[in-house]
Ligand binder design. Structure first.
Ligand code: ADP
Ligand code: MG
Ligand code: MG
Length: 897
């Protein structure tokens, strides 16, 4: 490994902070992790931060490059940083009189809750515990020491937590103690002896007494945790690359558990569930570390305002420690103005002195993100464009989905904390693995747990909603659910869960595994049965932000729609046209299918024409409706695409019925179906191949389109804009032949009606050959619409319907990073899109370019379309706002470069 060593020779690995200065700052998140960078920034701002140092993410990378070992230049830098820390704190690491105790904390670029548990009180040993005892009393010191042994043994040495719980329980039982508070210093000392014996027995070597050994053990545990299962799952769900690595922050301890004048807590500068500008958070008197989020004791609210909204009778920090509260409020304001974003803070109070332990941009629900972004722009803290960038397009989905109907009947069985808004209906499941398995099968499930831990992430992601019996608004379940956009009710008191029997009881009622419940995360309610839902509100802040987004974007957004309902939804959601109207959906209509079948069954053109003549008025009225709704916005209509056999009856009963109605015998029907049978219909007689073989079908459709356009223009005085699209073209010849059919139909209709309208004829690019031949094809096509569903199938040679068997494994192995049917495969399929766009434009500089596959509603794919210079994307109506926002992001991010 000569190369890394050389590279490492002069590198700085360690960055100190504290005492009003720091080696790093908030801009260095890549190197110091979010936690380390923000601690440095807070120190620089002069805020009260316990001093410490951060070992950079570059060490994590080097650690894995070197086969889990450190560059030789690291140890001297850590030693130097420790000496500086001793100086700054006036304490000595392992000093029996005045010991420096530290926490060892992990921190990646993006926050990864629960990746590795923080080790607190490191540096305690047989000697230094005595020093702590003179400062804070025997009982406190030995209790801290035994906690440290327990935590270190679990997190760093990998021993089971319950090993220690059992020892403690046994001891208490022998002494006849009920509570930990009955334990005196002597009792803790005795427990410590047993703890250490247990460690030695399990590992064959004693618990480390040397603080340096403890420190390196903890550092290695943090770097090691980067590759543990929990971290890997979290990274996968959140698109965090493995290369980023984690940093390690070593920080001198402050104690929130020194008695009634000490406390620990978490706070948000605004409400993370609805965005209201109130000071939000929870704290516990006389507590340390994760006690607040662990959900073991129920914390009290921070502010009076918050206590009132919750109806809490516990004294808020504002009243219990008014001076500390005022200072915390100041710090919160300073940080929010400094970062120009809502902050999530961790703090500890030691003997009435406030210390800040963490700040970061707070996770929030989509509703909160929206309100905070719009409010902050109005407050002048950020610009309108910045506000637009504050809302992730994918997050918008949460706002577009239903909540509980206003006057729906609610059979509430329990009320807990409104931890994450939104509503969902599903079947009760108590186990995360099971939730995941059922969701894979397409079931809607609701995960009900006593509390959650990082092991539950997969199950939480799979569930429609989460309910917990314990834990506050900042418990693990609450934080993760808000991040994932899952509705969540926490701390549903009185919920008695019997996981083994698969049942929970509350207020004398029983709910079994598999029973349907409804969760209202905004109200904190759990209801029996499926409660009626209501559509979302698209005015107010939502409308404002979308207006700002529309100002920022260049890409147009259309919708894929063929029914009047879909078309209206699309227009309501801000679509600027229809990018794909699939005419076959109109053929499937129950009233028309007999005529469609008759057409397919006829043996000659004459017979087909007779049936088509009956279909014509029906198609015409469909198009009229669309043109009326769309006004003067373009409507791209794709001529018939699927193989004809799809329209034939399949079951015997259906066959009988059709036979009776059409006067054709069942045998004849079966013969015809067999004739039309294809072994690979996706690559068979479909798309423009139908138009080539039966031109009369396309002729009828084109006529229906133009008659409809003329009728609506006469009726409304507005000019509909039909764009006729020929599917599955591979060669220029195909398009030339079929364009002629369309143009002749248009001329005939215009001549008959004496009205002429603008229209376009173009093609879908959904075969690789068409992409490569784009220069030629563009001489006949006035527009290209990339049909990226089929283009993905034909480029990758994967049929989407059969991909389920292997695509997941491909993703797991990283062969395709994302499902290529969800996110456009930019280097493969995307390359063909680029080639076609370029070649098409060479022939016809003003050719209109769009995309109409499912990818049109996927933010990453929308960004690709922007960069490739397409004119529009078209997606399902519900995704139109997501595409609008994604297009704005793409434009804004480009101008930031
Ligand atoms: P996470 O990334 O899981 O939030 P942290 O590193 O923030 O882990 O540590 C969790 C908790 O441990 C903090 O919220 C804080 O309460 C406590 N803690 C960490 N460092 C210190 C410290 N130096 N002094 C006192 N408490 C600390
Ligand atoms: Mg933690
Ligand atoms: Mg933290």
């Amino acid at each position: 490994m000569g190369e890394p060593a050389l590279k490492h020779a002069e590198q700085t690995w360690v960055y100190g902070f504290g005492g009003g200065t720091a080696d790093g700052d908030a801009s260095m998140k890549n190197l110091l992790g979010g936690k380390g960078a923000n601690l440095a920034e807070m120190a620089k701002l002069g805020l009260p931060v316990p001093p410490g140092f951060t070992i950079s993410t570059a060490v994590c990378t080097a650690y894995y490059e070197l086969g889990r070992d450190y560059p030789s230049t690291l140890a001297p830098q850590v030693d130097a940083a420790l000496i500086a820390l001793e100086k700054e704190s006036g304490k000595g690491f392992g000093d029996p009189e005045n010991p420096l105790l530290v926490s060892v904390r992990s921190g990646a670029r993006a926050s990864m809750p629960g990746m590795m548990d923080t080790v607190l009180n490191l540096g305690l040993n047989e000697a230094s515990v005595k020093g702590l005892a003179t400062l804070a009393g025997d009982r406190f010191a030995y209790d801290s020491y035994r906690r440290f042994i327990q935590m270190y043994s679990n997190v760093v040495l990998g021993l089971r937590h319950d090993t220690f719980e059992h020892i403690l329980d046994d001891y208490k039982e022998r002494q006849g103690f009920e509570l930990d508070t009955e334990m005196q210093a002597e009792d803790w000392k005795a427990v410590i002896v047993s703890y250490k014996e247990a460690v030695e027995k399990a590992l064959g070597k004693p618990f480390p007494d040397d603080p340096k050994e403890q420190l390196w053990g903890a550092i290695s545990a943090v770097f090691g945790s980067w590759m543990n299962d929990r971290a890997i799952t979290y990274r996968k769900l959140n698109d965090i690359p493995a290369e980023w690595g984690t940093a390690v922050t070593v920080q001198s301890m402050v104690f929130g558990n020194l008695g009634e004048t000490s406390a620990t807590g978490v706070a948000f500068t605004r409400d993370p569930s609805n965005g209201e500008p109130i000071f939000y958070g929870e704290y516990l008197i006389n507590a340390q570390g994760e006690d607040v989020v662990a959900g073991i004791r129920t914390p009290a609210p921070i502010s009076r305002e918050r206590a009132d909204t919750l109806g809490s009778s516990d004294a808020p920090l504002e009243e219990a420690m008014p001076e500390v509260y005022a200072q915390l409020r100041d710090v919160a304001n300073t940080l929010e103005r400094h970062y120009k974003d809502m902050q999530d803070l961790e703090f500890t109070v030691e003997n009435d002195r406030l210390y800040m332990l963490q700040t970061r941009n707070g996770k929030r629900t989509a509703a909160a993100a929206l309100k905070i972004a719009v409010d902050m722009a109005r407050e002048g803290l950020i610009t309108e464009n910045e506000a637009v960038l504050r809302l992730e397009p994918s997050q918008l989905d949460q706002l577009l989905h239903p909540t509980i109907a206003d006057n729906a009947k609610r059979d509430v069985i329990v009320t807990g904390l409104p931890a994450s808004p939104g509503a969902a209906v599903g079947k009760v499941v108590f186990d995360s693995e099971e939730a995941f398995a059922l969701a894979e099968k397409g079931e809607d499930v609701i995960l009900v747990r006593i509390e959650t831990s990082p092991e539950d992430i997969k199950g939480m992601h799979a569930a429609r909603a989460i309910v917990t019996a314990r834990g506050g608004m900042t418990s693990h379940a609450a934080v993760v659910a808000r991040g994932m956009g899952r509705p969540c009710v926490c701390g549903a008191g009185g919920l008695q869960i019997d996981t083994a029997k698969g049942v929970f009881r509350v207020m004398g009622r029983e709910v079994n595994k598999g029973d349907v419940i409804t969760v209202d995360g905004a109200a904190g309610q759990v209801m029996l049965g499926a409660v009626e839902m209501m559509q979302p509100d698209l005015s107010g802040d939502f409308g404002t932000l979308m207006e700002w987004a529309d100002k920022a974007r260049r890409l147009k957004v259309r919708a894929n729609a063929e029914t009047a309902l879909d078309a209206r939804t699309a227009v309501d959601f801000g679509a600027e046209g229809i990018g794909l109207c699939r005419t076959e959906h109109m053929f499937f209509d129950a009233e028309r299918i007999p005529e469609v079948r008759a057409m397919i069954l006829s043996n000659d053109e004459k017979g087909r024409r007779e049936s088509l003549a009956k279909l014509l008025p029906m198609q015409r009225s469909d198009f009229e409706e669309l043109f009326r709704i769309l006004g003067e916005m373009p409507v791209t209509i794709r001529l018939l695409d699927p193989p004809l056999h799809e329209f034939l009856p399949h079951s015997d009963a259906d066959m009988d019925e059709v036979a009776k109605a059409s006067g054709v015998s069942v045998e004849e029907l079966k013969r015809r179906a067999a004739d039309l049978h294809e072994s690979n219909p996706m690559l068979g007689h479909r798309g423009c191949r139908l138009g080539i073989t039966y031109p009369e079908i396309y002729e009828m459709q084109a006529r229906a389109i133009f008659e409809a356009a003329v009728n609506v223009s006469k009726e409304t005085g507005r000019q509909p804009i039909p764009e006729v699209m020929i599917p599955l073209v591979a060669t220029h010849k195909e398009l030339q032949i079929l364009k002629k059919v369309v143009d002749e139909a248009a001329q005939a209709v215009f001549a008959e009606t004496g009205t002429t309208l603008e229209y376009m004829v173009g093609t879908m690019i959904e075969l690789p050959r068409a992409a490569l031949q784009a220069a030629d094809i563009a001489s006949s096509a006035e527009f290209f619409s990339f049909g990226t569903n089929d283009l993905t199938q034909t480029t990758l040679g994967i049929s989407r319907d059969d991909a389920g068997r292997f695509l997941k494994i491909y993703e797991d192995k990283g062969i395709y990073e994302k499902d290529p049917f969800v996110t456009l495969d930019q280097v493969g399929v995307g390359e063909l899109v680029k080639i076609a766009a370029e070649r098409g434009r060479k022939t016809r500089p003003n050719i209109k370019l769009g995309i109409c596959g499912e990818h049109g509603g996927d933010p990453a794919s929308v960004a690709f379309c922007h960069r490739t210079g397409l004119d529009y994307v078209s997606c399902s109506p519900y995704r139109v706002p997501i595409a609008r926002l994604a297009a704005a992001h793409a434009a804004l991010k480009e101008s930031l470069k």
